[in-house]
Design a binder for this molecule. Structure first.
Ligand code: S3P
Length: 172
């Protein structure tokens, strides 16, 4: 098993729920960059975006990631845009094995449409925004990941097991 497990992927890919499940299966501690950013800023993500803008949010993300560099035994769920900053990518690779949680676009869109907590999708045409972001980001996730797990047809439990099984194979 690697020293840490990092989950990357688009909004709605289930990084937090599946990350929690993985942590309870392998005894790691679960942590989430979105939660750490919210804690650091003392306000919800929507408010960070509306008051200070996306760049400030990205700065906070980088800071919390840097703060995790010497951690061990964690499952880290990352915000869907964290891998976009080039400076974050080698850091993610140093911290642990990088797992891309993926799902079919319609599945992801259906999941993110359940609430309005994602400021980037609060546009006149959320589906168009979603498609544009997804097309751009998928190649970044793909280049960065050690493994990719498609959760379209799997529940959280089975996805968590699929992640651990695949990681065990590449660690052999
Ligand atoms: C973002 C994803 C969100 C959160 C913020 C920005 C993104 O996290 O970090 O709203 O740029 O994709 P989730 O991927 O957990 O939804």
């Amino acid at each position: 098993m690697p020293s840490n497990i990092i989950l990357i992927g688009f909004m709605g890919s289930g990084k937090s729920s599946i990350g929690r499940r993985i942590a309870s299966l392998n005894g790691f501690r679960f942590t989430d960059t979105d939660d750490l950013v919210v804690e650091k800023a003392g306000m919800p993500i929507t408010e960070i975006f509306s008051k200070y803008g996306e760049e400030h949010f990205r700065d906070l993300e980088t800071e919390v990631l840097q703060g995790l560099e010497s951690s061990t035994g964690i499952v880290l769920a990352t915000g869907g845009g964290l891998a976009l900053r080039e400076q974050n990518r080698p850091l993610l690779k140093r911290v642990g094995r990088v797992v891309w949680l993926d799902a079919a676009p319609d599945t992801l869109f259906e999941r993110v449409s359940r609430n309005n907590r994602r400021p980037l999708l609060q546009t006149d045409n959320p589906r168009e925004t979603f498609d544009t972001l997804l097309a751009f980001r998928n190649s970044i996730y793909e280049a960065l990941c050690d493994i990719r797990i498609d959760s379209t047809t799997l529940n959280h439990e089975r996805t968590a097991h699929a992640v651990l099984d695949s990681l065990a194979k590449i660690e052999e």
